[in-house]
Every structure is written in structure tokens, then in C-alpha cells.
Design a protein around this ligand. Structure first.
Ligand SMILES: Cc1ncc(COP(=O)(O)O)c(C=O)c1O
Length: 401
């Protein structure tokens, strides 16, 4: 027997930091601790009723007790194509759509389909904690391009150009951003898209937070603004965030026919189709109107504002106002190294542990997103919990000497 029980490839994968924080908070809560969790990236709302009803009806229809084509229900692919045209003005054919087990699976499929060993992928930081792992699993090399508060956590063409090498195969672009809440204005999206076209670089644009923007900020879709990019662009999206459907596991990728064909072949051997009932629920979601989405968006907008106001009132904490998604990304740098109730946290990992232990509040340290000194707090939780949680953090850290 080999001395290595777990393959090097998989052994090198780290646990998802965001899911780990969430699991720890839920475990403490189950043990009776009054924990407030800002860790999870999921809406606290139930899935809208008409979507649930469609799923209930689908359960009763024996047609949905069977496989669908591996790449997804034809009706759902059509509806995703129509919804993409409606919401972002990007015209695609149903054959360019692959229905996946959530947006995460679409990210995985994309890198498996695109990367050869040694290919470089430009990843602006702070980044969603998941991206580097599927890049590595596909043999790719993540090249981090750092951004900070001074540019609103947005990357520029100049920075991307400086990081480009002959091995650069793709760029990961996310707007609205997890974890920073940044939304790129249209001219910047266009400029980055044009740069990618000029250099033959693929763009994986993650549009999962497209409908969650605040304060006059607006989502724009890169391939809609730069149509020449279509042949080297993969759009990742899904129903999880928009329709409060994280548990249903339906996402999709949209791309050139050859990329979608390759990813569909991969999926046909890995997972086959997404659960048929979930696909029916997703069909009701994307084919329906956006009324319920607007109600949830308005609630997130209100909560984001409260969170921002409360965080920036804490001495030593700075925070950009969230423009989209449902995260605040404050800096705790001024508090590091200072004494807080007998401890001197040197990193946001240590600070987050102290906050969980003493204030019973779970936040995700910025290290998980390539941004030490910061932390991510989701505002997709009930208003009262939000206020109570930030109050507890404030009380805890203001005891810093
Ligand atoms: C930026 C981004 N993309 C994709 C996803 C994947 O979502 P899901 O797999 O639940 O559809 C998430 C979830 O946190 C996300 O934040």
C-alpha cells in the first residue's frame, strides 16, 4: 500500500473557511451558546412561496423522478438564456448553458474545462475563498492581484497588465464582490473586458450577486458590454443568492459551445444532472418576476446601511460602504497588537477567535480571502441579530487598551 493514503492533489485542499466558521457557530449555538453568526453567505429568508409550490408539484410528477439530460432540463436552459437577456442584456443560446449543482460547481467545471497544468489565472484579492482550490485542482496557478480600500477594492487594467505573462489563461472577475461588496462601474467593466479581448484571455465572470446592489450602484455584465469577449467568457450564476435558494443547489455556467460541451461531458461522469425537482424550482424562479427579489434586496440594503453605520462607529474600525452582495468588509488593522481583555491578537484570525469566544459572535477573518487585517461580516441575517452582534463586537473591542 502506498504510504500516502490521500492523494497529494486532494490532500492539499483546505477546508472552506467560511463554511468552517459557520459550522463552528452553529455547533456552539446547538450547545446552547447565544452565538450570532455573521459567517454564512446565505439569505435568512425562506424561498419565495411560488418557487416552493412549483417544487411540491414537481415532486408529485413521476417525470421528475427520472434523470434529465446531464446538462440540465431543456426548459430550464431556455429560461436561463431568456433571463440572461432580460437581466443583463447578454444574448445567448440555450446550448451555451450548463445547469450545475450550484454556482460553486460551475466554478469547478469552468477551471476543469479551461486549464492545463501551469496555466495562470489572475485572481484579484480580496477574493472569495473558494476560487484558488478548483484552480489548483485543475493544475492551474493562481496569481493574486491585490487591491485595497484606496481603490474601493477594485482592480485596474494597469494592475492586470502588470501581472500578465505568456502563461496567463484566465481572469476571475466578480462584481458585486464577495467578500468586499464592491461593484465595478460600467466603464471599468468595459475596460477590463476589452483588455481581455486584446490579449486573448478568458474571463470567468461570477454574476451570482447581480440583483443585489445598493445606493445607486448597478451591476453590468462584461460580455454584454464587450460582445467580442463572448468567445472567451464564462458567466457563472445561480439561484442561491437572488431567490434565497442556497439549499436547492442550482447554478449554471454560460459559455462558448466548445467549453460548455467539454464541461457537460465532465459533469456527465461526475454528477449527471442536478436534482430534477430542484431544476423545476429553479425554472419557476428564473421564469418568474423579480418582485420577491426586490423585497429581499430592500431588506439587505437597510441592513447593510445599519451594519456600516455601526461598524464605522467603533474606534479603530474602518469600513467601505457596501455597494452590492450582502457583505461588509471592515478593516480591524488598527486593533491588531493592542491588548483586549488580556490578549494581544496579532492577526484577524486570532481576533475572530477572541470575538467568538468572548462576544459569542462569528465573523470570517480576512486571511480566508487573501486580505489579512480585514474580516467579512454577512448582513443576510435578522435585523435584531445584526444590531445585537455588532453591539457585542463593539463592546468587546472597545475594551482594547
Ligand atoms: C461569489 C460567489 N460565487 C458563487 C457562489 C456559489 O453559490 P452556490 O454554489 O451556493 O450557488 C458563492 C456563494 O457563496 C459566491 O459568494
Amino acid at each position: 500500500m502506498s504510504s500516502e493514503r490521500i492523494s497529494r492533489r486532494v490532500g492539499a485542499i483546505t477546508e472552506s473557511a467560511t463554511l468552517a466558521v459557520d459550522a463552528r457557530a452553529k455547533a456552539l449555538k446547538a450547545a446552547g451558546e447565544p452565538v450570532i453568526g455573521f459567517g454564512a453567505g446565505e439569505p435568512d429568508f425562506p424561498t419565495p412561496e411560488h418557487i416552493v409550490e412549483a417544487a411540491v408539484a414537481a415532486c408529485r410528477d413521476p417525470r421528475n423522478h427520472r434523470y434529465t439530460p446531464a446538462g440540465g432540463l431543456p426548459e430550464l436552459k431556455e429560461a436561463v438564456a431568456a433571463k440572461t437577456q432580460r437581466d443583463s442584456g447578454y444574448e445567448v443560446l440555450p446550448g451555451q448553458v450548463l445547469i450545475t449543482n450550484g454556482g460553486k460547481h460551475a466554478v469547478y467545471n469552468t477551471f476543469q474545462a479551461l486549464l492545463n497544468p501551469g496555466d495562470e489565472v489572475l485572481l484579484p484579492a480580496p477574493f472569495w475563498t473558494t476560487y484558488p482550490e478548483p484552480i489548483a485542482l485543475a493544475g492551474g496557478r493562481t496569481v493574486v492581484v491585490s487591491t485595497d480600500e484606496s481603490t474601493g477594492f477594485r482592480v485596474s487594467v494597469e494592475q492586470l497588465e502588470a501581472a500578465r505573462t505568456p502563461a496567463t489563461k484566465a481572469l476571475v472577475f466578480v462584481s458585486p464582490s464577495n467578500p468586499t461588496g464592491a461593484v465595478y462601474p460600467e466603464d471599468e467593466v468595459r475596460a477590463i473586458g476589452q483588455w481581455a479581448v486584446e490579449h486573448g484571455i478568458f474571463v470567468m465572470t461570477d454574476e451570482i450577486y447581480e440583483h443585489l446592489t445598493y445606493d445607486g450602484h448597478r451591476f453590468t455584465s462584461m460580455p454584454a458590454l464587450v460582445p467580442e469577449l463572448a468567445d472567451q467568457c464564462v458567466v457563472v450564476n445561480g439561484v442561491a443568492k437572488t431567490y434565497a435558494m442556497t439549499g436547492w443547489r442550482v447554478g449554471w455556467m454560460i459559455g462558448p459551445a466548445d467549453v460548455i460541451k467539454a464541461a457537460t461531458n465532465l459533469q456527465s461522469h461526475a454528477t449527471s444532472n442536478v436534482a430534477n425537482v430542484s431544476q423545476r424550482a429553479a425554472l419557476a424562479a428564473v421564469a418568474g418576476d423579480l418582485d420577491a427579489v426586490e423585497l429581499m434586496r430592500a431588506a439587505f440594503a437597510r441592513r447593510g446601511e445599519v451594519m456600516h453605520r455601526m461598524l464605522t462607529a467603533i474606534p479603530g474600525v474602518t469600513c467601505l460602504r457596501p455597494q452590492g452582495a450582502f457583505y461588509a468588509f471592515p478593516s480591524f488593522q488598527a486593533l491588531l497588537g493592542r491588548e483586549i481583555r488580556g490578549h494581544r491578537p496579532q492577526s484577524t484570525v486570532e481576533l475572530a477567535e477572541l470575538i467568538l469566544e468572548h462576544a459569542k459572535v462569528a465573523i470570517v477573518p480576512g486571511e480566508a480571502f487573501g486580505a489579512p487585517g480585514f474580516a467579512r461580516l454577512s448582513f443576510a441575517l435578522a435585523d435584531d441579530d445584526l444590531v445585537e452582534g455588532i453591539t457585542r463586537i463593539a463592546e468587546f473591542v472597545t475594551s482594547a487598551a
